[in-house]
Design a protein. Structure first.
Length: 128
C-alpha cells in the first residue's frame, strides 16, 4: 500500500480507550491522528489543525456531537464529519445530523478497518 500525504484526522470522544484504539489503527493506515476528550477541546483542536476528517461521539459530557458537527460545518464544507453513537438513533436524529452536515454515522462497536475504508472512499470522492 502506498501512503499518500497523511490526512489529518481528529477523534472527539470521552472514551480514552476508544480514542487511542482508533488512533492506533488509523495511524498504521497512514492517517495523522489528533485526539480530544471533550467538545471544547475538539473544537479548539479543529481550529488549530484544520483536519480533513473528524470522527465525533454524539454524546459528550460537555456538548453533543450534533452541536460540534454544526460548528465544524460552518467553518468548512470540505471536512468529512463522521458521527459515532453507542445507542440506536431514530430516523429523526439521523436526519438532524445529516441536515447539520454529517457525512456518515457509525454505531459502536464498529470495525475500524471498515471505517478506514469508508474514510478513504470519502476522501477519494472529495478530491475527485
Amino acid at each position: 500500500m502506498t501512503k499518500q500525504s497523511h490526512s489529518k484526522l481528529l477523534v472527539i470522544d470521552d472514551d480514552a480507550h476508544l480514542r487511542e484504539s482508533l488512533a492506533e489503527v488509523l495511524e498504521l493506515d497512514g492517517f495523522e491522528c489528533f485526539l480530544a476528550g471533550t467538545a471544547k477541546a475538539g473544537l479548539e483542536s479543529a481550529a488549530k489543525i484544520n483536519p480533513e476528517i473528524v470522527i465525533m461521539d454524539i454524546q459528550l459530557p460537555d456538548s453533543s456531537g450534533f452541536q460540534i458537527c454544526q460548528e465544524l460545518r460552518k467553518r468548512s464544507k470540505e471536512t468529512i464529519l463522521i458521527m459515532m453513537t453507542g445507542r440506536f438513533l431514530s430516523l429523526d436524529e439521523k436526519k438532524q445530523g445529516f441536515a447539520l452536515g454529517a457525512d456518515d454515522y457509525l454505531t459502536k462497536p464498529f470495525d475500524i478497518v471498515e471505517l478506514s475504508a469508508r474514510i478513504r472512499q470519502m476522501l477519494t470522492r472529495r478530491k475527485g
